[in-house]
Structure formats: C-alpha cells, structure tokens
Design a protein around this ligand. Sequence first.
Ligand code: GLU
Length: 256
Amino acid sequence: MRQRWVVKLGSGLLTRKDGRVDRARVGELVGQVAGLRRRGIDVILVTSGAIAAGMTAMGLRRRPVAVQELQACATVGQPELMAEYGRHLRRHRLLGAQLLLTYGDLDSRSRSRNARATLDHLLAQGKFVPILNENDAIADEEIKVGDNDRLSAHVAALARADRLVLLSGVRGLMTRPDGTGRLIPLVRRIDDGVRALAGGAGSERNVGGMVTKLAAAEIAAAAGVETFIADGRRPRVLADLASGKAVGTRFRLARR
Ligand code: GLU
C-alpha cells in the first residue's frame, strides 16, 4: 500500500531574504518529493509564497496592507510559483496539479468530496503532484482559513493522509517560547504548558508561527493524522522522516 503525506512548505522556507522565491530551495524540495514517491509515498504539497512571489513580480518592496492589494498580489504570484514548481517537477518526469481552496470548500460536503476525488484520481495516475494553496484572491474573512498550517491540516483530513509534515525554518517545538533551548522530539498532549512554548507569530513573512502549527496538529489529530514539524532547510529531511529518524517534533495526540 502506498502511503500518502501532506507536506506544507512555508513562505519563510520558499523565499530568500530579499523576498524572491528561492529557486534552489524549491528545486531541492521537489527533488525530495520525487524521492519519497520512489519509496512508495505519494505527496500532496501545500505551498505558501504566492503573495511573496507576487510582490517580486510586481516590484513591491513592502508587503501591502490593503486586502485587495494582497489579493491582487496573490493572483500574480500564484502562477509564478506554480511555474517554478513545474520547472523542477518536469526534471523528475512529474507534473504539478494546482488546487486552490477556501474554507468554504472544505466546509461543503459536496465540494470537499469533489476535491478528494480529484486528489485520489491525480495520485492514482502516478505522475502528478497536487499543489494546493488557499484561493487568496477570493477568500474573505468569512471563508478564509487564513494560514497554510491549518489549511494543510484540513487537507490531510480531507485526503485521508497518513501523515502531515509542516516544513518551515524552525527545527520544531523548542523548550523556550522564543524558539531557543532544546528540541522537543515528541508531544502526546497539547496542554497549557505546550501552548506557552508556542509563543507568538513568527517573522514578517510568516503568517503562522508555532501557534498555528499546534492548531494544525490538533485538527489533523482529530482526523487520526499524525503531524511532524521539521526544518525544511535540513538536507534529506523528508527521507529522514520516512526512515523513522528522530527529526523535528512529532505530535502523537489522542484522537478526540
Ligand atoms: N496563502 C498565502 C500565500 O500563498 C500564505 C499563507 C501562509 O503562509 O500561511 O502567500
């Protein structure tokens, strides 16, 4: 039986300091996805970075504040981002398949069933890598998930994934709220103590910090899916996770 993982790639991981999409990183991660597929693990990617890519394409130095500007930015950036994935995927004889969702889609029985059927069909063909993002251009306060950590957890539940892997620029949950200290390899329960370690949101480009990652772990756990938080800059991080090496933080929460 092939396994199915949902792997979320954060903006901080995919963009360089100057805000441009980090092409080398995308290439490296796509190579790892191809490696997982060879090991019998199908991957659904949830990618951030549409707004960042749009900012670059539009020549914006600062992230816009107005909602419409952000949405316009996403419409420009999303195809740029997909083109970048496509370029690397083709080298592995794979094609990217784009799905843009909002909370309204996840909340609707018929639409989420359609999304699942599409994902099942794509993965059964063996040559497509579904790449999901929030449909930022149309998602307003009422229907948006708002961050891709939670979106990826909903996708993991919808797709009946075996595992959710959140890759970003952090090693995992650390013993100090500022992200320093020692790595916590295993979390069995999210209580106030664990929440206190999550601190606030991350850097300017990061929508989600640890707070949304814990929320994602809880959403995934409710669907029986284990979550891993790991550093996407670590070489072979996905292969190491597949080999069962202790990488990052594993959330083995009871199903509620
Ligand atoms: N959907 C947003 C984007 O592609 C990212 C949201 C997030 O990083 O959580 O720019």
